[in-house]
Write a protein that binds this ligand. Structure first.
Ligand SMILES: [Zn+2]
Length: 240
């Protein structure tokens, strides 16, 4: 334990090294201790971060988002997705429909389609899946599909050869505006998330997505969740 006397002694010592005269309180004001401590930590490669609150984790298994056009090619003309289960994000759902993903080295069967349909088809797999399929999928934010590899999708009534759209989804955190404000989060920033337990892990580079169409959720894939021993709904710390 460090007591107040020791803190004052250390501060007085630091002030002396900075050639600042006067009592400790004066010195603290002149020195802006916080700024200097942060600078020292930064120089040491240590970021001065603290927890701003908690969020539940949501573990995403491999899945496919489909355009209406691709949906109809694989499931029949005029086909509409059938909702099986609502997801944590408002309006999003796991559909009854599944399809097969085929790559040069292998295939993965019965991959869940998520609804509603989107403008562009997007296939989200884990790094482990990418080896099985033989597809070098990059880590990308959702919707950032330029230059990504494609694959073949096979449904009950047809197949689609995608020229792009296969990604390993980058870890991200959703929050609505009120949740973001309470947690000190800003849309589009990158934060750190900390999990606890026997495989406690620091997740760097977590993309923050603030929108009132969102609910608080830390989204990672099955590889990341298994490596860190995280289950759906486990609480993680938001570190800024
Ligand atoms: Zn998400």
């Amino acid at each position: 334990m460090i007591d107040e006397t020791q803190v004052k002694a250390v501060v007085a010592d630091v002030l002396e090294k900075f050639n600042i005269k006067g009592n400790v309180a004066d010195g603290l004001q002149k020195l802006n201790v916080k700024e200097h401590v942060n600078e020292v930590l930064q120089n040491l490669g240590i970021k001065g971060k603290t927890s701003t609150g908690k969020a539940p984790a949501g573990v995403s298994n491999r899945h496919v988002h489909l355009s209406q056009n691709d949906l109809e090619t694989m499931f029949g003309e005029g086909h509409q997705l059938t909702q099986m289960k609502a997801l944590s994000q408002p309006g999003q759902f796991a559909a009854e429909e599944t399809l097969h993903i085929v790559g040069p080295k292998g295939a993965i069967e019965k991959v869940r389609v998520l609804g509603p349909t989107r403008k562009e088809t997007q296939v989200e797999i884990s790094m482990t899946d990418s080896f099985k399929l033989g597809i070098k999928a990059p880590i990308r934010n959702s919707g950032d599909l330029d230059g990504t590899p494609g694959c073949t999708l096979v449904g009950p009534k047809g197949s689609v050869i995608l020229s792009k759209g296969v990604i390993v989804a980058a870890r991200h955190l959703h929050a609505n505006k009120a949740e973001a404000e309470a947690l000190g989060l800003v849309d589009n920033e990158y934060i750190t998330v900390k999990s606890s337990g026997p495989r406690g892990t620091l997740f760097e580079n977590v993309w923050v997505r603030v929108s009132d169409a969102c609910a608080l959720d830390f989204h990672i894939d099955t590889d990341e969740a298994n490596a860190a021993g995280i289950k759906n709904g486990d609480l993680v710390e938001i570190i800024k």
